[in-house]
Design a protein around this ligand. Structure first.
Ligand code: UDP
Ligand code: MG
Length: 325
């Protein structure tokens, strides 16, 4: 008689968690992730070969040491360490590409406890129902400051206006199936904005809603400057609409200038020409401003092309807690 191993037919899940200087939160949240994974295994939603994969993004505190000791304490914890800090998006990609090797589904989540781990169950259920992508969407942003809430809302609206298909209030908490990860591995750009790239892969998708909490400990790594950089990167990496807007603006201003020239000529012919110093100065400043802005936007794209042509690796893995998962 052949005994069927039930867990073999269950999908192997990999929870991918980028960590940068998170020594204060890891001891707390690692337990939360493991508890949730144990529940999913117990409910026979995922295989007991599932793993939690921490990606140390070149931290300079005890993060990697903690990850290593977690891996020694429990077989479900694994980790990779990047050779230097490469930023959240690259760290996440490193983890996802690593997960692709051994799992059937991945769920990416931040390490600071802000995203509710209980939403994972609904994500896995949606996967069993045939979804390849499941977005974790924040149902409320009570934990965020008023400024972060309004700027984030404006950001998503702007992204959509620019033709970038990003799910409103979804960051990087999501489930991806193996075939999405496989397809994703062919996206070779160095300027990463994962939440805008995933919808480009396609396949069936759905959303699950969760409450966003406050960070358990430590500080956000996304101050205003980094948030603006991420927003700008998201738009210029995935949309050429700003350049189109510049062209339209240039066209519009040219027509305005033409009208202005005709008007000046008419005034001259009527002999009413006066020294219009103020209007002249404002016109010059306005035109100068528009030109600088336009050049800046074009420069953003030229910079992006420059970085893409180098084909540099997006991350380098320096260490693993184990070579086999
Ligand atoms: N992170 C990372 N590399 C970085 C910055 C952040 O891997 O250079 C990780 C960080 O440890 C966390 C996640 O990315 O797990 C999100 O960062 P954070 O919580 O600081 O951002 P916020 O939630 O404030 O937007
Ligand atoms: Mg956070």
């Amino acid at each position: 008689m052949v005994l069927m191993n039930v867990s073999n037919s269950l999908p192997v899940l990999c929870i991918v968690i980028p960590c940068y200087n998170e020594e204060a939160v890891l001891p707390i949240t690692s337990g939360l992730f493991l508890g949730e994974l144990a529940d999913l295994v117990e409910e026979k939603l995922v295989s007991d070969e599932s793993r939690i994969l921490f990606v140390d993004d070149g931290s300079n505190d005890a993060t990697w040491k903690l990850i290593r000791s977690l891996a020694e304490s429990n077989v479900h914890y694994t980790g990779i360490s990047l050779s230097r800090n490469r930023g959240h998006q690259n760290a996440l990609l490193a983890g996802l590409m690593e997960a692709r090797e051994f799992c059937d589904i991945s769920i990416s989540i931040d390490c600071d406890g802000q995203d509710d781990v209980r939403a994972m169950k609904d994500m896995v259920i949606a996967y069993h129902d045939g979804c390849d992508v499941v977005y974790g969407v924040r149902s409320s942003r009570k934990a965020d400051s008023l400024f972060k809430r309004t700027s984030a809302e404006g950001f998503y609206k702007l992204l959509n206006k620019m033709g970038v298909e990003a799910v409103f209030n979804h960051a990087d908490y999501r489930l991806l199936s193996k075939r999405v990860l496989e397809e994703f591995s062919h996206f070779e750009e160095v300027n990463l904005f994962l939440r805008g790239m995933v919808p480009l892969v396609g396949f069936r998708s759905s959303s699950v809603y969760y409450e966003r909490h406050e960070r358990i400990a430590g500080e956000s790594h996304y101050p205003l400057k980094k948030m603006v950089a991420l927003a700008l990167n998201g738009i210029t990496s995935l949309s050429t609409k700003p350049i189109r807007i510049i062209t339209m603006l240039g066209f519009f201003i040219s027509i305005l200038s033409l009208i202005g020239v005709i008007w000046a000529f008419v005034v001259l012919l009527m002999g009413k020409s006066v020294a219009g110093w103020a209007s002249m100065v404002s016109l010059v400043c306005f035109m100068g401003g528009i030109q600088m802005l336009s050049l800046g936007i074009i420069g953003e794209y030229v910079g992006k092309i420059y970085m893409e042509t180098k084909h540099r690796p997006r991350y380098i893995i320096s260490e693993r807690t184990s070579t086999k998962f």
